[in-house]
Design a protein around this ligand. Structure first.
Ligand SMILES: Cc1cc2nc3c(=O)[nH]c(=O)nc-3n(C[C@H](O)[C@H](O)[C@H](O)COP(=O)(O)O)c2cc1C
Length: 427
């Protein structure tokens, strides 16, 4: 997120500022149920992506993991024209949000220290509805510092962070955790029991173990027992499935197998933020990418972030061919700033896109559920038992391939991963 070089004209002030504010009840465990959630995604979970996900039916949205220390030395700034709130670090915004998403926004913390986690939470608490602790990131930059998936084998520390957050935050702010499966189901259940007893409101389970790669199929069959176990604990906590869900239609399969209260989507939403809808957009280069870029510019989202996200978008093509898309694709890859892409996405302002998002959110009428709810599902028969591989990671007994990938042509820009703790925190 860049500081705006030119303040927008008064006419381009957001419509949201002129409307009466909707009142939302404080977030509870119930709000984490019966929904499709946008997963936390470093880089890909940028503000425009979260807003489009909400427009197209996500119930709640998780911000990208932000390391506790990264937010502590930031300064909060509000753009008076758009209302965008930025937490600026030394050279860039570490976290960016807009008040319109606050009732739905879960801020994800990366931490290995209860005190730092609480300090980080206090920094941003006025702009979010809940905090989630990342207990699943398997990357060395996280685990070497004791964060992410390293917490799975340090349950005392994991639970002390959750407890500290719960005690420090007011009741209207929820606390949740996102874990991966442990190799043994018994150990997973023991861990889940401890986590649930810290007073969290929701638990997301990424149905892969720490050692499993993303291209390996998520072991969603293990979740059923975990959901039943949590339900038996009687605290009303939501269990959210994560792993391999492709969108609204596919979430039925996931809920039938797992019995999970909700489903969280990452990769499919990175490719198409409208996948939460029963009618996701197709031909994204025509129907979505220009709007995304316009909104990015309107919100002052840094071009490198908008460009990165735009190059991840993929979707079904019905009315476009590869050649038709070439011009836009090449222009995005070449563009060094918004001005370089103007001829492909004009008219420019992005105000219309923002207004439509505000309208879509307001149509929820102060409720968190989107207008089209998930259909109730019947649980599928209990699945076959699982087996383990030699690296002790569970695999399903039917060695089925990973969930069907999104059949599409992406924009295909290879953008290197972030390198530093602060870069990781940047959206
Ligand atoms: C680009 C990208 C960034 C991610 N960043 C985070 C993150 O910040 N925090 C987190 O807990 N998980 C992160 N993940 C993992 C996802 O939230 C999710 O657990 C995983 O991708 C499995 O879900 P999926 O099968 O729907 O992709 C990221 C995944 C992707 C693809």
């Amino acid at each position: 997120m860049s500081r705006r070089s030119q303040p927008p004209s008064p006419e381009s002030s957001p419509r949201v500022a002129k409307r009466p504010r909707l009142e939302y009840a404080p977030l509870t465990s119930e709000d984490y149920k019966d929904g499709l959630m946008l997963a936390p995604m470093v880089r890909s979970g940028a503000l425009p992506t979260r807003l489009f996900a909400l427009k197209h039916g996500a119930k709640l949205v998780w911000g990208p993991e932000t390391i506790d220390k990264a937010i502590l030395h930031t300064t909060r700034e509000v753009d008076p024209a758009t209302g965008v709130v930025s937490y600026h670090g030394k050279s860039k915004a570490i976290f960016t949000t807009h008040p319109i998403e606050k009732p739905f926004l879960i801020y994800q913390i990366g931490s290995a220290d209860p005190e730092l986690a609480v300090q980080a939470a206090k920094m941003v608490q006025q702009d979010v509805s809940g905090f989630d602790l990342n207990c699943g990131c398997p990357k060395p930059f996280s685990t070497h510092a004791g964060m992410g998936a390293a917490l799975l084998t340090n349950p005392d520390l994991l639970c002390s962070i959750l407890t500290a957050l719960r005690e420090a935050m007011p009741p209207e702010i929820t606390i949740s955790a996102k874990i991966r499966l442990l190799p043994s189901q018994e150990d997973t259940l023991k861990l889940v029991e401890r986590i649930v007893n810290t007073g969290i409101s929701a638990l997301t389970v990424h149905c892969r173990t720490r050692n499993m790669r993303m291209k390996e199929k998520a072991v969603i069959t293990r979740l059923r027992e975990i959901v039943e176990f949590v339900e038996k604990m009687g605290k009303g906590i939501a269990v959210i499935e994560n792993g391999d869900c492709l969108g609204y239609d596919d979430s039925k399969r996931v809920r039938e197998v797992t019995g999970a209260h909700s489903v969280m989507i990452a990769t499919a939403a990175e490719a198409n933020p409208t996948c939460f809808s029963p009618t996701p957009l197709k031909d994204l280069e025509l129907t979505f990418v220009p709007s995304y870029i316009r909104l990015g510019k309107y919100l002052g989202n840094h071009w490198s972030s908008t460009k990165f996200c735009a190059t991840q978008f993929q979707g079904r093509h019905e009315n476009t061919s590869r050649n038709e898309l070439k011009a836009l694709r090449e222009a995005i890859v070449r563009a060094k700033g918004y001005d370089d892409i103007e001829e492909h996405v004009a008219p420019w302002t992005g105000e219309q896109e923002f207004a439509e998002i505000v309208d879509a959110i307001e149509r929820r009428g102060g409720q968190r559920a989107p207008p089209i709810a998930l259909q109730p599902v019947a649980l599928a028969p209990v699945p076959a038992p699982e087996t383990t591989t030699k690296d002790n990671a569970y695999v399903p007994s039917d060695s089925a391939p990973a969930a069907q990938s999104v059949p599409a042509i992406g924009l295909g820009l290879d953008v290197p991963p972030p390198a530093s703790a602060e870069a990781i925190a940047v959206q």
